[in-house]
Design a protein around this ligand. Structure first.
Ligand code: C2O
Ligand code: CU
Length: 556
């Protein structure tokens, strides 16, 4: 493969994605970050210069396996020390598999500050794809807050816990529209100081994203969600979509008229521009799975030669009921492996069963999320370096492999106080691991939320979803492993379970976590350690914080 190089400067930028002026974390003075397009097998080199005056950064390449380069995974205090203000860092890794992916900040909640972009890996030979299309578009979906992520981060972990609330806007391709009449007017505010919230509904930065089409042609839309919180539902007014790819794997084609997209998931859909070409249509995105209080985000599906600025006069698209969770699960179950595009099937036997109970916890006067009552808190030494160079100190107790069998998932937790932890689950190289992610009631009676879990360093097989408490002796029998799709992100439904299987064949330390940014920030994740005695050397530039400050510790 070729070597494709990028030079990125990361800095704050005043930008108005939804017409409201705010600071975003931008790459090369643009928002969202540049879309990377490479061919499978190419080496991607990104040199990052951090110009943020006071904050460290990292960039995670969501969906890349980083085989042999676990240090390039871009997770702060897991795979590397954050890149300090004024510092440069070179990411170098192979884009091994085709598919629709993206990248984003993975330090605190920087993704929610707009620090993200798309990453498409194209096949060397397009004719091998099990579908045809004339042209493609790439769109990232996101939810958007006006409060700074620093304030959000602080509020979430403060003793007096304060939730982030619902988003102000929904963005398609980095563009949305807040209702400017809701922005308070500050008496005496001069319009050019920038000290007060400014809302300008005619700003070119919030002109709806346009998808322009020629009548009769077929298009591929690559859609990923980098949402901080919301479960999103995407609609193309008047057009059906055929889902052909999920998380970089071809699936048996499914025709849908709306698409649930959870944070961390990627899809390719095909659609044909086969409607009345004299008008334009809405592309719309709505919140599902939480009581929506955010207006529909829109883009314009514009038929050539219409002006993309010609907005449809039809109502904005409406999504299925937010709380129809049976529908959510049945939609998720539609995606199975493509029948003639045979990928490896899951192993028959499993070496290890990990039961992870999703818990919302109290924490002093605040809140946390946890798995098996352990809430993840990073240390100042990257865990990869800690394992590689034996800096773990007293061997920390491995987190528990399961939770009490009599745990009642339908009631708020009876042991609400979390424990903090940062130790990894340790697997032998080549172990076949099943993870049973078990959802439960939150601290609020009669409430359980959807959590999209994402695994770094791997694709896993999705073995199945179900309701209630997982039963090892009966629920495995309901799974059809012969068409198990491979994924990197998967939702767990309210009071339900999701089972995945993967092979621990990638020496490294890999986060497995809820992709909801506030949940991760509140500790909802674990670390999987694989091939711990075969970890590759870490380049010096990844070190320098915590116990890796002292070179004698690491023998370099
Ligand atoms: Cu896209 Cu660890 O996340
Ligand atoms: Cu979550």
């Amino acid at each position: 493969g070729a070597v494709i190089e990028f030079n990125w400067t990361v800095n704050y930028l005043r930008w108005a994605p939804d017409c409201v002026d705010k600071l975003v974390i931008a790459i090369n003075e643009g928002f969202p970050g540049p879309t990377i397009n490479v061919t499978e097998g190419d080496t991607i080199k990104v040199n990052v210069l951090n110009k943020l005056p006071t904050e460290g950064i990292v960039i995670h390449w969501h969906g890349m396996h980083q085989k042999g380069t676990p240090w390039a995974d871009g997770t702060a205090f897991v795979s590397q020390c954050p890149i300090g203000p004024g510092e440069e860092f070179l990411y170098e890794f192979v884009a091994a598999r085709v598919g629709t992916y993206f990248y984003h900040g993975h330090h605190g909640m920087q993704r929610a500050a707009g620090f993200y972009g798309a990453l498409n890996v194209h096949p060397r030979n397009r004719t091998v794809e099990p579908f045809k299309y004339d042209k493609e578009y790439t769109i990232l979906l996101n939810d958007w807050w006006h409060k700074s992520v620093h304030e959000q981060e602080y509020n979430l972990l403060a003793d007096s816990f304060k939730w982030v609330g619902e988003p102000q806007s929904l963005l398609i391709g980095g563009r949305g529209a807040y209702n400017c009449s809701k922005v308070p007017n500050f008496p005496g505010a001069s319009s050019d100081t920038g000290d007060f919230v400014k809302c300008n509904s005619s700003s070119p930065q919030c002109v709806p994203f346009s998808i322009t089409v020629d009548p009769g042609k077929t298009y591929r839309l690559r859609i990923s969600s980098v949402a901080s919180l919301a479960a999103l539902n995407f609609i193309l007014e008047g057009h059906v979509m055929t889902v052909v790819e999920v998380d970089g794997h071809y699936v048996k084609p499914v025709v849908v008229d709306n698409l649930d997209v959870y944070s961390g998931e990627s899809f390719s859909v095909l659609f044909t521009a086969d409607q009345d070409p004299s008008r334009n249509y809405w592309a719309g995105v709505n919140v599902r799975a939480r009581l929506p209080s955010t207006p529909t985000g829109v883009a314009v599906l514009s038929y050539n030669p219409n002006d993309p600025g010609m907005l449809p006069t039809t109502p904005r698209p409406v999504s299925p009921a937010w709380n129809d969770f049976a529908l959510s699960m049945s939609k998720a179950k539609q995606y199975v492996a493509h029948p003639d595009f045979k990928e490896p099937l899951p192993q028959k036997a499993t070496d290890r069963h990990l039961f992870l109970l999703n818990l919302q916890n109290t924490w002093k006067n605040g809140r946390r999320w946890s798995a098996n009552n352990i809430s993840f808190v990073p240390t100042s030494t990257p865990i990869l370096a800690a394992y590689k160079y034996n800096l773990m100190g007293e061997a920390p107790a491995s987190p528990p492999d399961s939770y009490p069998t009599d745990y009642n998932i339908s009631a708020p937790p009876p042991f609400p106080e979390a424990n903090e932890g940062h130790a990894a689950y340790e697997f032998n190289l080549g172990d076949v691991v099943d993870v049973i992610i078990q959802n439960a009631n939150s601290l609020t009676a009669s409430n359980s939320e959807i959590h999209p879990w994402h695994l770094h360093g791997h694709d896993f097989w999705l073995l199945g979803y179900g309701n209630g408490k997982f039963n090892v002796s009966t629920d495995y029998a309901t799974m059809d492993t012969s068409q198990a799709p491979r994924r990197n992100t998967v939702p767990v439904f309210p009071w339900g379970w999701t089972v995945i299987r993967f092979v621990a064949d990638n020496p490294g330390l890999w986060p497995f976590h809820c992709h909801i940014e506030p949940h991760l920030h509140m500790g909802m994740g674990v670390i999987f350690g694989e091939g711990l005695n075969q970890l590759p050397d870490m380049p010096k530039r990844t070190l320098g914080c915590g116990l890796t400050k002292d070179n004698s510790n690491i023998g370099i």
